[in-house]
Design a protein around this ligand. Structure first.
Ligand SMILES: [Zn+2]
Length: 128
């Protein structure tokens, strides 16, 4: 990262994920969310603590993009999935599989990738 403006909470979270220190924010009632957050989106609690993210999640839903926006032009076709890690759901790119082989319920782990088009970092999911 050079002098790009960092999206603080989220970039810090990607750094943590990249360093195998993935976490989510947990409020006192046990709701999970991801940075950047100051209050729990479920109950409004302002007491959020960083709790380790489970290493494995389960693919909930996914969509295949064949015709992307210009920022992802060189990435297509790609698969965007929502993965259920228990207390929190994470959106990212499903890696290593043909779209035809991907099914809900797939067990994956989260990692950090760079897009082919812009080199921007985002969350990737590898099958375990
Ligand atoms: Zn809450």
């Amino acid at each position: 990262m050079s002098d790009d403006v960092r999206n603080d909470g989220y970039d810090d979270w990607l750094d943590a994920l990249e360093g195998d220190q993935a976490f989510y924010l947990e409020c006192t009632a046990g709701h999970g969310s991801l940075p950047p957050r100051r209050v729990c989106p479920e109950c409004g609690s302002g007491e959020l603590s960083e709790t380790p993210l489970p290493t494995a999640g389960e693919l909930d839903t996914f969509t295949v993009t064949h015709v992307p926006t210009p920022a992802f032009a060189d990435d297509a076709p790609y698969v965007t999935g929502i993965v259920d890690f228990g207390p929190v759901r994470v959106t990212g790119r499903v890696l290593e599989l043909d779209p035809d082989e991907i099914e809900p319920g797939l067990t994956v782990e989260a990692t950090v990738i760079e897009t082919d088009t812009t080199g921007e970092r985002l969350v990737g999911f590898r099958p375990r």
